[in-house]
Design a protein around this ligand. Structure first.
Ligand code: ARG
Length: 268
């Protein structure tokens, strides 16, 4: 016993900063696998373009909050995942998933066949549709077709952008593209365009929060298809996707989802 103890001390002194070294080793075993406890606690980094009230936006403390944040946080909790939301501009959001800077995207992202080619989506968690916003004094817009000869603002690379491209042509100078939806709607407010097209929840929220600017909304359920939001993970990350989906199922079953929905949108 004595001898063994002495050997241990000696070999420890033999290594520089022995205590530190062994602490490091226990934090990450040499075979490269993370120890079980650390794997459990590993934070999942979630990217959200936090300029999309009420789905994801920054509160006064600059924290990313909103409907998507609460839904994903609740679902993640059911599956034992710890999530951290990081504001991520829409422009680079898919790239950030692709290169591993973000593990999940929660950004009111419409599930589309095109996007499915480069990422995987969770089960849908919200129904949406495009909505037209028309500026003060613009009275001749009753349907989407009426935007044919108008200047229209959209957020670049969104489903709103896609649908307006179909009407006006991809390279039409009448499409004004913006980095964020609030910037597109500001342009409408300032009279730089006659209309804007974007996700209904966000457009309605903007109109409600900015009264007196004369912006009104025009629905067109014939021209705009039903859209569904999903959380995106890197293509092939089935383990994480399964956890998100089982969490989503659980919060839909136990009323948590409905409570969050009511908090943001009132009753269905
Ligand atoms: N639902 C639309 C899309 O997927 C717009 C999403 C924009 N989201 C955001 N947080 N800016 O194209």
């Amino acid at each position: 016993r004595r001898t063994l103890f002495a050997v241990a001390i000696v070999s420890c002194f033999g290594l520089a900063a022995c205590g530190q070294k062994s602490a490091q080793q226990s934090a990450s075993p040499s075979d490269g696998s993370a120890p079980a406890a650390a794997a459990e606690a590993k934070e999942i980094i979630v990217g959200s373009d936090a300029s999309y009230r009420p789905f994801e936006y920054q509160n006064d403390q600059k924290e990313v909050v909103g409907f998507d944040v609460e839904v994903l946080t609740a679902a993640a909790q059911k599956s034992g995942l710890k999530v951290k939301f990081v504001n991520t501009p829409w422009e680079g959001i898919f790239q950030a998933l692709q290169n591993g800077d973000r593990d999940i995207l929660a950004s009111a992202i419409t599930i589309t066949e095109e996007r499915r080619k480069s990422m995987d989506f969770s089960d849908p968690y919200f129904d949406a549709r495009q909505l037209i916003a028309v500026g003060k004094g613009v009275t001749n817009v009753k349907s989407f077709d009426d935007l044919k000869d108008k200047k229209v603002a959209v957020q670049t690379g969104t489903t709103g952008d896609e649908v307006v491209q179909k009407l006006l042509g991809k390279t039409s100078p009448n499409i004004k593209r913006f980095e964020s939806m609030p910037l597109a709607l500001k342009e409408l407010e300032n009279g730089g365009v006659q209309a804007a097209v974007g996700d209904n929840g966000v457009v309605v929220n903007y109109v409600q929060n900015n009264p007196g600017n004369g912006i009104v909304t025009v629905e067109d359920t014939k021209s705009f298809v039903a859209e569904q939001y999903g959380f995106a993970v890197k293509k092939g990350n089935q383990a994480l996707l399964d956890k998100v989906n089982s969490g989503l199922k659980a919060i839909k079953a136990d009323g948590t989802y409905d409570n969050i929905y009511k908090k943001y949108f009132g009753s269905k």
